[in-house]
Design a protein. Structure first.
Length: 55
């Protein structure tokens, strides 16, 4: 369980680091960044299953 938590936290930190590189003119707000940072463990498996079944 510790490994899963570490992967999750590393993913959140990585996404938040990448979000600092986004220019303000692109219109991406903090709410979108936070949803991406904390919601990726839910959406990544769904996208993977959808890609797998669409093969």
């Amino acid at each position: 369980m510790r490994e899963l938590l570490m992967i999750y936290l590393c993913g959140v930190i990585l996404l938040l680091m990448v979000s600092t590189m986004i220019e303000s003119e692109e219109g991406i707000g903090l709410d979108h960044i936070l949803v991406a940072a904390f919601g990726w463990p839910l959406f990544a498996p769904m996208v993977a299953v959808k890609a797998w079944t669409g093969r």
